[in-house]
Design a binder for this molecule. Structure first.
Ligand code: HEM
Length: 339
């Protein structure tokens, strides 16, 4: 049997909490990581058992540097590295550090809050919370800019095809690349546009969410540049957020993909432009404040770590890496969670 994925393919609920944590320097972190792996499994099982209709789930991603510090299996997932900034003539997709990422979603806020709070309790002694965004469903799934976000996402069985690693990296089957960016919008400038001008920014009509015909859709519209082909898709689960007192209105962009190359191609088109210089008009109203690549291992991997087993053990064909050795063997051999 193949590894069980984390809940990366879930459809989003009405609420989300996104958290990025960085390990403190110079201290041992493996025990806390082991505890947090057990906690993530526990939180998902408990939410499913207690509130089966809550849609509540928690997905954990691990950054490149944390992977090395935790001595997780080598070879690493093929495309796991520190995100290199994408620098266009006018706009830059910045790169920021992140050791662990938590994507918590649910219909109600209470479960999301409790999950975040439980994670913070375990991590606080060894890590610092560097980003926390509380996202909410805005009307019929609109971004805070007023356009419906998520319509062209893969649906049904396509989600697993585009969202999860399969034969492209068999040792990490069931895993996923997670890329996040926190965008702040210049809402005043966007609102100053007429609705027709706003629609040209996205390449879609505002109220009915219909795509513009190709002969009308501007070449620098968001969907003209982010659509890189029917065979190259990602799973997006963006959420808006807003704070009146700090005037920070934004979009937490979050994408899962079976390969990071697809996300990178979209970012190149948006920030550098296609052809170069024809960058995404959406960026004139949106500034990326963060940008981090994580790897989301399977739930089986987290379970193994929690139980002190080799992380990649599946008990089946997937237990072997490309060299034929048991991957992860002995690399995270820390004791049991049981007190
Ligand atoms: C400023 C942050 C962003 C906002 C507010 C935003 C919003 C939107 C909206 C409203 C749509 C149209 C409806 C839909 O199909 O979802 C869309 C489409 C899309 N966006 Fe974004 N987006 C943002 C950033 C990004 C980034 C950074 C990427 C990729 C790295 C991306 C990739 C896509 C893709 C692939 C589509 C579907 C294109 C298609 O096939 O028609 N978006 N986005």
């Amino acid at each position: 049997m193949g590894p069980e994925p984390q809940k990366v393919l879930d459809y989003h609920g009405d609420n989300a909490i996104f958290m990025v944590w960085n390990f403190k320097p110079g201290i041992a972190v493996k025990d806390s990581f082991q505890r947090v792996c057990a906690l993530v499994i526990n939180l998902n099982n408990s939410a499913g058992n207690r509130f089966p209709d809550s849609g509540a789930s928690c997905v954990m991603g691990i950054g490149h540097d944390a992977w090395l510090r935790l001595e997780l299996p080598t070879p690493l997932p093929e495309e796991l590295e520190n995100f290199a900034p994408v620098i266009g003539e006018k706009h830059t997709a910045v790169s920021t550090k992140g050791d662990l990422h938590f994507h918590i979603r649910g219909t109600g806020k209470s479960l999301c809050y409790d999950m975040a709070s439980a994670i913070a309790e375990v991590l606080s002694p060894v890590a610092t919370s560097v980003e926390e965004v509380h996202g909410f469903r805005y009307w019929d799934g609109r971004s805070i800019l007023g356009f419906v976000d998520g319509t062209e996402n893969p649906q049904g069985k396509d989600r697993a095809y585009f969202g999860l690693i399969g034969d492209n990296d068999p040792a990490y089957r069931g895993g996923s690349y997670l890329f996040v960016q926190k965008y702040i919008h210049n809402l005043a400038a966007f609102k100053a546009l007429t609705v027709e001008e706003q629609e040209k920014v996205f390449g879609r009509y505002k109220w009915d969410d219909v795509e513009m015909p190709d002969d009308i859709k501007p070449a620098n519209s968001h969907i003209a540049l982010s659509n890189v082909g029917d065979d190259l898709k990602i799973i997006r689960d963006n959420m808006p957020f807003g704070n009146m007192s700090t005037n920070e209105m934004g979009t937490y962009f979050i994408a899962y993909a079976s390969t990071f190359t697809t996300v990178k191609k979209m970012l190149d088109n948006m920030f550098i432009g296609l052809p170069p210089g024809n960058y995404d008009r959406l960026l004139d109203f949106s500034t990326a404040k963060t940008g981090t690549l994580f790897f989301v291992p399977s739930a089986t991997f987290l379970d193994n770590v929690a139980s002190g087993l080799p992380a990649l053990e599946t008990g089946g064909a997937n237990a072997e890496d490309k060299t034929g050795k048991l991957p992860g063997d002995g690399s995270l051999n820390i004791g049991s969670l049981k007190k």
